[in-house]
Design a protein around this ligand. Structure first.
Ligand SMILES: Nc1ncnc2c1ncn2[C@@H]1O[C@H](COP(=O)(O)OP(=O)(O)OP(=O)(O)O)[C@@H](O)[C@H]1O
Length: 602
């Protein structure tokens, strides 16, 4: 695709094109394995040439071998023929191995690259993309590419060589008969090209539909408990079946086009061969050509016809693969909006963790008229703990996303240790921040791997120390395999409090100078709550902490409380000051911490 690179907010669904050009986008993957490709082409070429030699050998046998009186000569013809067959077998099997190897290799490389690319796209892209759809491109579309770069490409080349070779040999054998056969070719080729276009368009549509179905399936299976709790089984199954059926209908149309194409090609080819046989037979009678020559010509025309039929099929397959390649290229061409600058400033090994927001305004791309952060200025000194409170939707979490540079502000400036975020490599920036989100993402891996997520090279001792600091060690040690216990996908086999403590251990292990903490609102039982609180207190020590506070204990301990409403800071102060002021904070505190406050003052 030669167009300007797509940006992350553009939908990856495509514009329709009419050629095999998307496949060329994947050619560099082929060039990575030049030796194998060269060897495959050599094997392919040999097999084709040997096949082309066969009819000539057959003719010699018919015309000279059987007519000759010398049995030794006949034997030598057969011996040569066996040699030719052996060479053909070897070349074909080498060709098969190499060609399949290339197909598998290319598809593995494409998959790795697409996945690596997807992990680098910023959240802006994922705000509108569907992960299941992307997964479908990674699996279903790449499988089609495998066929194109492996078997189809090789079939195309082999048949092209065979067709050209056979055509030349036909003309050499009998120019008169060749005219009949070769005249049929344009009659076949023109519809092939037309059909190919149709096939590509329809198969792209089928793949798009299938990807949508996969997106739906992955979302539903990802929340299967909700699905069952709301007895949505039949509805979901029905909706998926409809989507799959739509993909089937689209595929069916593509198959109809291909079937018609194949039938048409065979008919035209068969008819011209019968015509050749007819005229050829009379030529043999009149002595214009020998029986052997007619046989040779027939074999060549069958070879040519077979190649042409195969080519028509391959054209269909390549067209299909072009649709898939187009869908993959679209993904590869989306440029991450948040990328490292050319010469990033690097943060010192032990940055102090000073954070400055200066007149920051921000709106999400899909709601540009609704700023979520407005002219916000806030300076947080190294080691300070700032609690952010505010009604739901005030923009508290967005502040975190901006600081981690998941999004760039529309205007204003955010700095860490005096360096503007766009001057930093986002990876470097994020290494200096530990995030404990409200909904912790736990992965289907061992507990140890989950804790070491932010520092995979951490030693077992460090992992255990982090778990101890996060007060997670006792429950981990009670598990069947301790730190090696595999937790279910998304940590489904852990309780809420356990998940939170693993998230805290993860943050402890990261040793980052800045801590972003989104306190969970979900009510834990008193004991878990207490454990989580203690673990957090330890984590906050000696770190610059920005915490979205949902607990009274947190706001009481904070050095400063910042109250947000509609994307602005409306009040700042300590709990005592703000309660005395009787503003928004006093109202929120009464609502949120009411019972706790009463207990505190009682
Ligand atoms: N990815 C997104 N795309 C578009 N709008 C978003 C996105 N994330 C949040 N918003 C909107 O931005 C506003 C602020 O959201 P944010 O999550 O920052 O609020 P919050 O103060 O953290 O709320 P809560 O306390 O409920 O978590 C909300 O109106 C929300 O609908």
């Amino acid at each position: 695709m030669a167009d300007a690179p797509a940006n992350e907010t553009q939908s990856p669904s495509g514009k329709s094109r009419r050629s095999l050009r998307p496949l060329t986008r994947l050619l560099p993957y082929l060039f990575r394995h030049k030796t194998m490709v060269a060897a495959a082409v050599a094997a392919l070429f040999s097999a084709a040439v040997i096949t082309l030699v066969l009819p000539a050998a057959v003719r010699r046998m018919i015309d000279f071998g059987f007519g000759a009186d010398d049995p030794a000569l006949v034997n030598s013809y057969f011996a040569v023929l066996i040699g030719v067959v052996c060479a053909l077998a070897t070349a074909s099997s080498v060709r098969y191995f190499l060609v399949m190897w290339i197909g598998e290799r290319v598809v593995a490389d494409v998959r790795s690259d697409v996945f690596a690319h997807m992990t680098r796209l910023s959240p802006v892209f994922y705000d509108s993309a569907k992960s299941g759809e992307i997964l479908s491109r990674l699996t279903a579309d790449t499988t089609q590419i495998k066929a194109a770069f492996g078997s189809s490409a090789s079939l195309a080349m082999r048949n092209l060589i065979m067709f050209l070779g056979a055509a030349v040999m036909m003309v050499v054998t009998s120019p008169r008969l060749s005219v009949i056969v070769l005249a049929a070719i344009p009659v076949i080729l023109i519809p092939i090209l037309g059909f190919g276009r149709q096939v590509r368009r329809r198969s792209r549509f089928a793949q798009d539909t299938l990807a949508e179905a996969s997106a739906y399936a992955s979302e539903m299976l990802g929340s299967v408990r909700t699905l069952q709790a709301f007895t949505h089984e039949s509805r979901s199954a029905g909706r998926y079946a409809d989507a799959v059926n739509a993909a089937f209908q689209a595929a069916r149309q593509a198959i109809v086009a291909r079937a018609a194409l194949t039938g048409f090609a065979i008919m035209v080819i068969g008819a011209s061969i019968v015509a050749v046989l007819w005229i050829g037979a009379s030529d043999v009678f009149s002595g214009r050509i020998t029986g052997g020559e007619l046989s040779q010509f027939l074999l060549y025309s069958i070879l040519a016809a077979g190649s042409l039929a195969a080519l028509s099929e391959v054209w269909g397959e390549l067209s299909q693969a072009a649709g898939a390649a187009e869908r993959l290229s679209e993904l590869l061409e989306i440029q991450p909006e948040i990328a490292a600058p050319e010469n990033p400033v690097s943060l010192p090994e032990t940055p102090r963790g000073e954070i400055v927001f200066q007149d920051v305004s921000f709106a999400y791309r899909n709601a540009e008229k609704m700023p979520v952060v407005r002219d916000l200025s806030l300076t947080i000194s190294p080691g300070e703990t700032v609690a952010v409170v505010g009604p739901s939707g005030a923009g508290k979490s967005t502040l975190f996303s901006l600081l981690m540079r998941f999004y760039d502000p529309v205007s204003g400036d955010i700095r860490l240790n005096g360096v503007a975020l766009p001057d930093l490599d986002p990876e470097d920036l994020r290494r200096h921040i530990a995030l404990v989100p409200q909904d912790t993402a736990i992965f289907g891996a061992s507990i140890a791997e989950n804790i070491a997520y932010g520092r995979p090279d951490a030693s077992q001792e460090e992992v255990i120390a982090a778990a101890e600091a996060a007060l997670a060690a006792p429950f981990i040690e009670k598990m069947s395999d301790g730190y090696d216990t595999i937790v279910g996908e998304r940590g489904i086999t852990l309780s809420g409090g356990q998940r939170q403590r693993i998230a805290i251990a993860r943050a402890v292990l990261k040793h980052a100078p800045v801590l972003l903490l989104d306190e969970a609102t979900s009510a834990l039982d008193a004991e878990s709550e207490n454990l989580v609180q203690q673990a957090l207190d330890r984590l906050m020590e000696n770190r610059t902490t920005l915490v979205i506070a949902h607990r009274l204990a947190t706001v009481l301990k904070a050095d400063r409380i910042v109250v947000m409403e509609n994307g602005r800071i409306v009040e700042t102060g300590t709990h005592g000051e703000l309660t005395a002021a009787g503003g928004l904070y006093a109202k929120l505190a009464r609502l949120q911490f009411g019972a706790e406050l009463d207990a505190e003052t009682a």
